[in-house]
Each structure stands twice: as structure tokens, then as C-alpha cells.
Ligand binder design. Structure first.
Ligand code: PHE
Length: 344
């Protein structure tokens, strides 16, 4: 019996050696200590043992059982420890690894130029206004001295939504809105940046959607000389202190007289180069004295009020300032383009 028990323990130990997970260990445990284990057979054998020998053998069997149980328990603890150790190793964090770089957004070049222009005008005491992009024919055209059959409507190919509504073709309707809102007819000095829309085929120099900044001053005395001074100030701020401006007669129904404004070429200083088409001048915006008809339509007496307005294309300013050769670059959002103007 003793031999048998020793052999049993030996076998068990050698099998225990080969076990590497808790599942197999449980199976082994069931085999040796479960209901149908070898010890059951031994208990049967115990019945045949002479009465006086029974206690000794019984004790031997119990001892063997306890030893096996201890060995199994020991192995279990070891396996559990191993499990925790493995987990710690697998999930360990290498604090010396460099962090992942987050892509940080930045302001679009158009927004940057808008802010730059806004800053210039805010410094001159203007306030910034907004207007809707879906506009009425009345404000976009009619009250700007452009009646329905006016040939100058062809200057701006419009995108109509209904008979009376369209996507604004310029920011000038904000002139009308500001005049009407100013019910006390206080002196007015506003700018309005915003998107405008034209029925244009997109190409290198045309876009069906672009950005304008409108400026309007109306009071009792704002003159062409004031407009000229304002334009010169803005041109210098945007393109450099040495710049000069030149006004050429032009036509807009809502201004009289109207002018086209050129800035002296910042590349050649006015001598003539490819940038300015050898003229020394670059066209930057349109402007003029507010037409009396616009004042009257908004309920302002042209005998008492006068003022000036200007409208500039933001894309045009950005193209000139940063040497961009395709207007589509502003809205195709190629990151390689956008990233060049990060934090300007
Ligand atoms: N609204 C004109 C345009 O889009 C620009 C402009 C504004 C001209 C104000 C004169 C005065 O072409």
C-alpha cells in the first residue's frame, strides 16, 4: 500500500510539472481529488484490509491525499503569480516613447486676411457688421440703384433662388441694411466681410463663391478726399508703407463718382514688372461716393447726407499678398496649401 501511494504521488508530481495553465490544473485536480478519483478505489481496498491495520492505512491514504492537495495548491499559487506577472509585462507603458503628434488646425488664409483688414478698419473707428447670404433682389440690386431692367445687372451674373431671392452677388446690400437699421440717421461707419456668389464657371481666376469686404461711411461731410485718404491708409497697411495709390474713373450704379483703385506695385516699386503687367500699378478694389439715389431710397436726404463706399475681394488681396496663382486653392483645401499659411 505504501509503495502504491508513493508511486501515485510521484506520477502526480511528474504530470504536475507539465502543466502550464489553470485549466489543465483543475482537470488534474478533479482526476486526483474528485469523486471518481484513484482514492475512491483505495478506499474500496481499505475495506479488505484486516481491522487492526485499517487506522494505519487510512492515515497513510489521508496523508497522501493531503500531500497531493498541497502540491496542487502550491502549483495553483505559482500559476496565478505567473499570470499577474505576464499581464503586468504585456500592459506595461513605455514612458520614454515619444507621444503621438496631434494635427492642429489653424485659421484659413481667407479668415486671416479678413481679420487683418478688420483690424485696420477697427483702428479707424469702424464697426463690423454681417448680412445674410440669401438676399432679396430689392437690397441686392433695386435699392442700390439697379432697377430690374438696368443693363448693369449683367455685370454680375446672379444665382436666383426665386423671382425675388438670390444669393447675394456682392456685400453691397449690407449698405442698404445698415442705412435702414440706422433709424436715427446717426453718422455711420461700418464694414461687412462675407461670402458672395456669382454664376461663374470656376477656373484659375474665377470662382462661383468668393469673399468681399464692404465699407460704408455716411455722415454729413465724408468727401472724396476722405475716401482717398482711407484708401491710401489701407493700401499702405496691406502692402507696405512705401505704397501709393491711383484712382481711375469707373462705374458702379450705387456710387457716383466711381473709382477703380490701383496700388503701386509692391514687387517692382512702380518701375514695371511681370506682376503689374509693366504698368507699375495693380488694381485692388472698387469704390466711390454713395449715389444720391441709394441715400434717397433708404430715406436719407442727399442734401444733408453724403458718404463713400468701397468693396474689395478678399481672395484678390490674398492672391496679391502671397503670390497665389489659382483662386481654387482657397477652397479645394489641399492641406499642403493651407499649412503654408499657418499662423501668419
Ligand atoms: N459691389 C461692387 C462689386 O462687387 C464693389 C463696390 C462696392 C464698388 C462699393 C463700389 C462701392 O463689384
Amino acid at each position: 500500500m505504501e509503495k502504491k501511494l508513493n508511486k501515485l504521488i510521484e506520477d502526480m508530481l511528474s504530470r504536475l510539472d507539465g502543466i502550464s495553465n489553470l485549466n489543465d490544473l483543475n482537470l488534474l485536480k478533479a482526476e486526483y481529488l474528485g469523486k471518481k478519483s484513484v482514492f475512491n478505489d483505495l478506499m474500496q481496498e481499505l475495506k479488505e484490509v484486516p481491522k487492526e491495520e485499517k487506522p494505519r492505512f487510512g492515515q497513510m491514504i489521508n496523508e497522501a491525499k493531503n500531500r497531493i492537495s498541497d502540491f496542487l495548491e502550491e502549483k495553483k499559487t505559482a500559476l496565478e503569480k505567473q499570470l499577474v506577472a505576464n499581464k503586468l509585462k504585456d500592459e506595461s507603458i513605455d514612458v520614454t516613447l515619444p507621444g503621438r503628434k496631434m494635427n492642429q488646425g489653424s485659421k484659413h488664409l481667407i479668415s486671416q486676411v479678413i481679420e487683418e483688414v478688420e483690424d485696420i478698419f477697427l483702428g479707424l473707428g469702424y464697426t463690423v457688421k454681417e448680412g445674410p447670404e440669401v438676399e432679396s433682389d430689392l437690397y441686392n440690386f433695386e435699392m442700390l440703384n439697379l432697377p430690374k431692367d438696368h443693363p448693369a445687372r449683367d455685370m454680375q451674373d446672379s444665382l436666383y433662388i426665386s423671382e425675388e431671392r438670390l444669393l447675394r452677388t456682392h456685400t453691397s446690400p449690407v449698405q442698404v441694411r445698415s442705412l435702414l437699421e440706422n433709424t436715427n440717421q446717426e453718422p455711420l461707419k461700418i464694414i461687412c466681410p462675407g461670402k458672395v456668389y456669382r454664376k461663374d464657371d470656376d477656373d484659375q481666376t474665377h470662382s462661383h463663391q468668393f469673399t468681399q469686404i464692404e465699407a460704408l461711411v455716411v455722415d454729413g461731410k465724408a468727401s472724396l478726399a476722405d475716401l482717398k485718404g482711407t484708401l491710401l491708409f489701407i493700401a499702405k497697411k496691406l502692402f507696405g508703407d512705401e505704397r501709393e495709390i491711383r484712382l481711375r474713373p469707373s462705374f458702379f450704379p450705387f456710387t457716383e463718382p466711381s473709382v477703380e483703385v490701383d496700388v503701386s506695385c509692391y514687387k517692382c516699386g512702380g518701375a514695371g514688372c511681370s506682376m503689374c503687367g509693366n504698368t507699375g500699378w495693380i488694381e485692388i478694389l472698387g469704390a466711390g461716393m454713395v449715389n444720391n439715389n441709394v441715400l434717397s431710397a433708404a430715406g436719407y436726404d442727399p442734401e444733408k447726407f453724403q458718404g463713400f463706399a468701397l468693396g474689395m475681394g478678399v481672395e484678390r488681396i490674398a492672391i496679391l499678398k502671397y503670390g497665389i496663382d489659382d483662386i481654387r486653392a482657397f477652397y479645394t483645401n489641399d492641406l499642403r496649401f493651407n499649412k503654408q499659411f499657418r499662423g501668419k
